[in-house]
Design a protein around this ligand. Structure first.
Ligand code: GSH
Length: 202
């Protein structure tokens, strides 16, 4: 399987953490791909018309995107139910946590794009900050629940979102605002799958 990959992308990191957790990282051939909103990449678009990563090309030529679909595919293929609970409240909790982690990442990627513009739109930056504060407060209140639950796709996505905050928004100092969440994150960041996939420039 060939994965359009970058060491900087938090959505690619979701897939790589999942692959390590599921024991199938060696089955992925990594193709370094640069995805930027303002520069559609023909090599990615040959497989994904949206020019987004992660994009996974299976050995039989079928193509999967986005990170949610790829993670669920790897789970179903290599260790069913490990990251995606099969049914019931645990499944919906995990999927909702994943949606919050992914949504936070969408917000942070847009925020980073906006702040790098010559004249950022101030109300947009304020709105991003307001939503981040609310998400951190919500998650800080749920840290005990996260710590008491088995590791799943929701925790994986939230871990990648908090890792991206450290990587691209270190100056925000999110831990001071969410100490219980910070303690939960410190624990999951020690999982081998997270240690093996730290974001890196290059
Ligand atoms: N919902 C997608 C989001 C993927 C995404 O936004 N990836 C970024 C890189 S971190 C990208 O490819 N951006 C290029 C673009 O938006 O054109 C997923 O979960 O995979």
């Amino acid at each position: 399987m060939r994965l359009h990959w970058s060491p900087r992308s938090p959505f690619v990191r979701k897939v790589m953490v999942a692959a390590h957790e599921l024991g199938c990282a060696d089955a992925l051939v990594l193709q370094r791909s640069v995805a930027a909103m303002l520069a559609p990449n023909a090599a990615i678009m040959a497989d994904n018309p949206l020019s987004k990563i992660p994009t996974l090309v299976l050995d039989d030529g079928r193509v999967l995107y986005d990170s949610r679909v790829i993670c669920e595919y790897l789970d179903a293929r290599y260790a069913p139910g490990t990251l995606f609970p099969a049914d019931g409240p645990a499944r919906w909790r995990a999927l909702a946590d994943q949606a919050l982690g992914d949504g936070l990442l969408d917000l942070l990627v847009l925020w980073r794009n906006e702040r790098e513009r010559a004249i950022p739109l101030a109300p947009l930056l304020d709105a991003f900050a307001t939503k981040l504060d609310a998400a951190l407060a919500r998650l800080d209140g749920e840290a005990a629940r996260l710590a008491a639950s088995p590791f799943d796709i929701g925790q994986l996505a939230l871990g990648c979102a908090l890792g991206y905050l450290d990587y691209r928004f270190a100056a925000l100092g999110w831990r001071a605002r969410a100490p219980a969440l910070a303690a939960w994150h410190a624990a999951i960041a020690q999982r081998p799958a997270f240690l093996a996939t730290e974001p890196a420039d290059g």
